[in-house]
Design a binder for this molecule. Structure first.
Ligand code: ADP
Ligand code: ADP
Ligand code: ZN
Length: 214
């Protein structure tokens, strides 16, 4: 099963993608996590990506597409995967489609986690991220068992540089301009499913499970 998560920054794509990945035993692939891991390790890719990420801009398609295609070519992706944060532009979606099509393959479901901008701004300030394993928490809605510590791997949680309010607004603008058109792109392919992302995370997941079974 090959799944794409769509939705604004902070809509809960990563939270749901992890739950899907656990349940269906497929890899969760987040381009944002890949970039952050590279930034942490100080690789050339990380240094390049950081310049864009800190401003709330998208990393150029060329760079992003290569990383994603390399990742989905790995063996653990044979039975499917859930993509979180890719594609984010029409050209990215087209390249993915073409690469899959060349192997007689395709994306099965595109799930749009729908959350209005007002809720997003509130959520982002409370997000805390683990830069080691990619887990995310929320200080009120999804708190870790021990304050400031990742439940999964025990590392310290951080407020991401790009989750500061001035950058969040830029990211939302970029989302509406460059990423939201993907909703129609996948609707036209007949694989779009929209779920209400304002519900609590368990309820959102139940809706997604129903969609995947349908
Ligand atoms: P969020 O979870 O808030 O949506 P991500 O972790 O997915 O954020 O992405 C963080 C940043 O990484 C983005 O703002 C962008 O700069 C960069 N990025 C991640 N995925 C992509 C992509 N597919 N194309 C371009 N830039 C990306
Ligand atoms: P995305 O990957 O779309 O950027 P995340 O999964 O990181 O979004 O979620 C953004 C923030 O909102 C995090 O702090 C997360 O813990 C929190 N969150 C996720 N799902 C919900 C939900 N259903 N209700 C309230 N907060 C949520
Ligand atoms: Zn962790």
């Amino acid at each position: 099963m090959k799944i794409i998560m769509l939705g604004a920054p902070g809509a809960g794509k990563g939270t749901q993608a992890k739950m899907i990945a656990d349940k269906y035993d497929i890899p969760h692939i987040s381009t944002g996590d890949i970039f952050r891991a590279n930034i942490k390790e100080g690789t050339p890719l990380g240094m390049e990506a950081k310049q864009y990420m800190d401003k709330g801009l998208l990393v150029p398609d060329e760079l992003t597409v290569k990383i994603l295609l390399d990742r989905v070519a790995k063996k653990d992706c044979q039975n499917g995967y859930v993509l979180d944060g890719f594609p984010r532009t029409i050209p990215q979606a087209e390249v993915l489609d073409k690469a899959l099509g060349e192997r007689g393959d395709r994306i099965d479901h595109a799930i749009d986690v729908d959350v209005p901008d007002e809720n997003i701004v509130k959520r982002m300030g409370g997000r805390r991220a683990c830069l080691s394993c990619g887990a995310t928490y929320h200080i009120e809605h999804v708190p870790p068992k021990q304050e400031g510590i990742c439940d999964v791997c025990g590392q310290k949680l951080v407020l991401r540089d790009d989750d500061k309010p001035e950058t969040v607004q830029n990211r939302l603008n970029v989302y509406h301009e460059q990423t939201q058109p993907l909703i129609d792109f996948y609707r036209n392919k007949g694989i779009l499913k929209t779920v209400d992302g304002t519900k609590d995370k368990e309820e959102v997941f139940e809706t997604i499970e129903a969609v995947l079974k349908a």
